[in-house]
Design a protein around this ligand. Structure first.
Ligand SMILES: Nc1ncnc2c1ncn2[C@@H]1O[C@H](COP(=O)(O)OP(=O)(O)OP(=O)(O)O)[C@@H](O)[C@H]1O
Ligand SMILES: [Zn+2]
Length: 483
């Protein structure tokens, strides 16, 4: 079977492009990772579900994948422009804790969510503070031609690279006010690549550099870690759509400077060939954001009885470039859909897959391949998975082979989880599983004695406590989840 070429939407050209690896047979991907000053919200995790689908698709297509996700533990300011405080310094001050403890705690919390969402481990988790020396060396290399020093630090002069900001397609001219002014900057869009610790201020994280004691800029970190671990140019750089506006244009400017493509006459090396951005998860009130106080964590979904893979399912039901609105009812619908898939797939668990996909299923595999090759169209890919599971008169071993193949990309863990695993106890519930089973045993006895009034009363009693009795279902009962 001839696999269709993988077509991906490149934010840089605003076009779909056939994926052609820089190194034959390989795919090298860098994803901007979390800033570990707080728990990730489920919007942040959408970015990693997307990056995971991309990575799985590249593996499915036969490329040897090297995926890097960084952990930002220094340098990300509360404002994407060069104003504001370091997010981690601020969190550490507020909690009177060491910044290293804060970073460790929230990195662990993020990894927990990564595991819960069945996101594959990348080849490297690169931690920003492990690369300070390399950052200083990178900055030193480009400083003379592209940077200038002012009181607050070393700044990148965006006029020294060709076509600055083309990724954002935003007005970047002086005085247009896209970026806040910092005293002494030459152009509004110039940004700090090294920030000096202001006199009299104490920072927990600071290092010596040719530009004084201080800390690296956030944009510098990603340029350095991606270049170091993947080599310029690498294949694909990912992030949330907010990064298309400032963070990634600044990374690109640095990469151009570093690769010696600093003049208008030279060809541009943006560091990565393809830049991809996932759209936001939003709430009715707007973009989900940590900065706005209250926010939804994956753990809250779990506490309310929603299995984390229901959230993965919810993400897959939307194309990554579409905005996705979160609602509890939407999550409930995704969970129901997942339950159906799991029930259908569970029947295949004890079988050995055939080596070849049965010919009857090949058209569906082709349909799946076409969908996922079309800029990762997961909504269509999901419907194909359902068609495969619903297919009649196919040897179950062959069906299993097809489901395994498709799920290697979608990552719903269908060959491991069973329906029972999806029944999570909401923390708010007052009944224990044993109590429920005890009531059901009494109800069975009532039914056996044809005392249907009693049997109905017991069912009502459970319903009043948020438990649904499911006659004829192997699982017998389930929680009714709050929406
Ligand atoms: N609502 C959202 N939906 C999808 N992706 C998002 C959303 N908010 C942030 N992201 C992405 O999540 C990833 C991690 O972001 P990061 O940890 O830096 O969060 P942040 O920008 O500090 O948080 P926030 O913007 O929520 O205050 C980035 O790729 C970012 O673009
Ligand atoms: Zn980044």
């Amino acid at each position: 079977m001839q696999k269709p070429a993988l077509s991906l939407f490149n934010s840089l050209t605003r076009r779909h492009e056939a994926f052609e690896p820089v190194h034959p047979g390989e795919a090298r991907v860098y994803s901007c990772g979390p800033t570990v000053y707080n728990y990730p919200h489920i919007g942040n995790m959408r970015a990693y579900v997307f990056a995971d689908i991309l990575g799985r698709t590249l593996s499915y297509k036969g490329y040897r994948l090297t995926h890097v996700i960084n952990i930002t533990d220094v340098g990300h300011l509360t404002d994407d422009a060069d104003a504001g405080e370091d997010k981690l310094e601020k969190a550490a001050a507020a909690k009177a804790q060491s910044i290293w403890e804060i970073a460790r705690h929230y990195t662990e919390a993020y990894w927990q969510d990564v595991r819960s969402l069945n996101i594959r481990q990348p080849a490297h988790w690169s931690v920003a503070t492990d690369y300070i020396e390399e950052m200083i060396a990178f900055a030193d290399e480009i400083a003379e031609r592209h940077c200038y020093e002012i009181d607050s630090g070393l700044y990148f002069d965006v006029s020294t690279v060709a076509d600055y900001g083309r990724l954002a397609r935003a007005a970047t001219g002086e005085g247009e006010g896209r970026i806040e002014q910092v005293e002494g900057k030459r152009h509004a869009a110039d940004f700090a690549i090294w920030r000096k610790t202001p006199p009299g201020e104490m920072r927990q994280m600071e290092w010596d550099s040719p530009w004084g004691r201080g800390a690296p800029g956030w944009h510098l970190e990603c340029s350095v870690m991606s270049g170091k671990l993947l080599g310029f140019p690498f294949d694909i750089h990912t992030g949330g759509i907010d990064h298309r506006e400032i963070h990634h244009p600044n990374e690109i400017a640095q990469n151009q400077a570093f690769c010696g493509c600093g003049s208008l006459a030279e060809p541009v090396n943006s560091g990565a060939r393809i830049w991809m951005h996932n759209n936001f998860l939003v709430e009715r009130t707007g973009k989900m954001s940590k900065s706005s106080g209250e926010f939804l964590r994956l753990q809250l979904l779990i506490d309310r009885g929603y299995h984390p893979l229901a959230y993965r399912m919810m993400c897959l039901q939307a194309h990554y470039r579409s905005e996705l609105e979160f609602s509890w009812s939407g999550l409930g619908a995704a969970l129901t859909r997942l339950k159906r898939l799991v029930i259908a797939a569970e029947r295949l668990h004890d079988l050995e897959s055939t080596e070849e996909i049965p010919s009857k299923l090949l058209p569906l595999i082709e349909k799946f391949d076409a969908a996922i090759s079309d800029d990762l169209n997961t909504p269509v890919a999901l419907t194909v998975l359902e068609e495969i599971l619903a297919m009649k008169k196919v040897a179950p071993e062959g069906k299993r082979a097809a489901v395994e193949l498709v799920d290697s990309v979608l990552g719903l863990d269908l060959m491991s989880i069973i329906r029972r695993n999806l029944r999570l106890r909401p923390v708010s519930t007052i009944m224990s599983e044993e109590e429920i089973e005890a009531v059901l045993t009494r109800r069975d006895a009532a039914r056996a004695a044809k005392d249907f009034a009693k049997s109905d009363a017991l069912r009502e009693q459970l319903a009043a406590k948020g438990v649904e009795v499911m006659d004829g279902d192997q699982l017998r009962w389930d929680w009714v989840l709050a929406e």
